[in-house]
Every structure is written in C-alpha cells, then in structure tokens.
Write a protein that binds this ligand. Structure first.
Ligand code: NAD
Length: 255
C-alpha cells in the first residue's frame, strides 16, 4: 500500500542528496512531487536525477527553479504546486548549505548566506505554504535541522546557529498550527554522505575515521536513512507527532 496517495509535496533542495532521496521516496509512495531548487541536476556525478527516479516510480513531478531566500520565487513555487496539482499537503524545508568556521573566523557574508538559506529559507517557504496547508486534510511540514541544531559541533558556528533556529522554529510552528492540524516536525540527521560533505570526507581520512568510530552505530548515514523518516513524518502514521525533532544520527546525540 502506498502511504502518500493523493498527496502533493513540495521539496526544497530536492535535486541532490537528502532532498533527492526524500522526493523520490515520496513519489514511490504515490505523491505528486514539486522539486524547488536552484538547480535541476544533482550536484554529484554519481547521483541519479530525481526526475528519472520519479518517472521510474510513475509519479507526477514538476521542477520549479527556486532560490529559497527569494520570497517572490518561493511564493511562485507554492503557486505552481497549487495550479499544477490542485493544492499542497506536504512541505519539506530541505534546502541547505554548510561552511565550517569557528565564530571569530567566519566571514560575515558567509554567516549571512548560511542563515539566509537554512533559517530564513525555512521561514519563507513555511510562510508561503501555510495558507495552502490550512486547506489540506493531511498537512505536514518537515524541516531539515541537524545534530548541530541540537548540540554544538563541527566547528561550524553559523551552521549551528541556523540549525538551532530551525529546531526552535519547528517547535513554535507546531504550537501555532496545531489547531489547524498541521503537523510540524524536524529531522536532525548526523553525517549523511552527500555533496555537502564529500570534500571533507575525501580530504580528511583520519578525522573521518575518528568521527565514524565516535558514532555509536559506527557508520555515516545514507540519504535513504533520512528519506524513510521523512515518509513516516509525511504519512498518516505520524498524525499525533508534532513539534518533535527526530534524530537520524546512529546515536550521536544520545551520548
Ligand atoms: P546537498 O548539498 O547534497 O543538497 C542540497 C540541495 O539544496 C542542492 O540540490 C542545492 O542545489 C539546494 N540548494 C542550496 N541552496 C539553495 C537555495 N538557496 N534555494 C534552493 N535550493 C538550494 O546537501 P544535503 O546534505 O542533501 O543537505 C540537505 C539538508 O540536510 C540541508 O538542510 C542540510 O543542512 C541538512 N543536513 C545534512 C547533513 C549531511 O550530513 N549531509 C546533516 C544534517 C543536516
């Protein structure tokens, strides 16, 4: 049985990595999927196009070129979902970027870029989608936080600040929209093997081995580990869960 039949989902940053896996999994579960991203093709050469995966699943799909920091573009992406598929049920705020600097070394423009995409983008997409989600019988918002939205780490001050903001925005929106029956939850992944960290993984074998060893379930995650949780949070099975931040981290934050 498909768990997302007759649902319309909008996935930001859905062309690559975790978003690509989430969008494809939603399609396999019967959803119509709008991918809102600054690019159509995946970032890594060995990643499959999300649209090929959605075609393979016989899912309806639409690409809308969208920068989540641009309020007009975000509104147009939501409008495209509604005009193409008749409404919106699921918003996944997944688009995100990462730079690694301690606070005193962070170029201020990179602090602004990270918080703009990760936090302001999540806010703008939610703001645009909520009026449509209020009309849905199955409304869900799923935000991509991080283990670094729950605890510090990675010498990445701006990223931690942005993801901490995403975690608490999630909690507050869950309270604001409980009466509208919009479930608002976040996923806090540990290190997941994507373009976001490919250079770090390739260039720092000793640190990488150390980080893997420090993970109680001693491996890094795959995008599909996160996609399975996103399907659960998008489905009716999670109707009584809201305001939660679900860790997908092999036990990292349990320590
Ligand atoms: P990724 O780099 O593989 O993919 C990110 C996607 O977002 C890309 O397709 C990119 O084009 C898109 N994007 C970037 N800026 C955008 C913008 N302004 N507007 C629209 N789209 C934009 O990254 P990923 O690892 O798949 O990360 C997905 C989410 O998961 C991010 O929010 C990230 O912070 C979070 N996350 C990732 C990890 C990890 O280890 N990979 C861990 C915790 C949280």
């Amino acid at each position: 049985m498909q768990r997302l039949n007759d649902r319309v989902a909008l996935v930001t940053g859905g062309s690559s990595g975790i978003g690509n896996a989430i969008a494809a999994a939603f399609g396999r579960e019967g959803a119509d999927v709008v991918v809102a991203d600054v690019r159509r093709e995946p970032k890594l050469d060995d990643e499959r196009s999300v649209f090929d995966k959605l075609d393979e699943a016989d899912a309806e799909s639409l690409f809308v070129e969208t920068d989540v920091t641009d309020e007009t573009a975000v509104r147009e992406a939501v409008e495209a979902a509604v005009s193409e598929y008749g409404g919106l049920d699921i918003l996944v705020n997944n688009a995100g970027i990462y730079y690694q600097y301690e606070a005193h070394e962070t170029p201020t423009e990179e602090y602004d870029a990270i918080t703009n995409v990760n936090l302001r983008g999540t806010f703008l997409c939610s703001k645009a989608a909520i009026p449509e989600l209020k009309d849905s019988e199955n409304a869900k918002i799923i935000n991509l936080s991080s283990i670094f939205g729950l605890v510090g780490g990675g010498s990445s001050a701006a990223y931690c600040a942005s993801k901490g903001g995403v975690s608490n925005l999630t909690r507050q929106m869950s309270l604001d929209y409980a009466d509208d029956e919009i479930n608002v939850n976040a996923i806090a992944p540990g290190i997941i093997k994507t373009a976001q960290n490919v250079e770090w993984r390739e260039n720092n074998p000793e640190i990488v081995a150390d980080w893997e060893a420090k993970t109680p379930w001693p491996r890094f995650g795959e995008p599909e580990d996160v996609a399975a949780v996103a399907v659960f949070l998008a489905s009716d099975e999670s109707d009584f869960i809201t305001g939660d931040i679900l860790s997908v981290d092999g036990g990292w934050t349990a320590q």
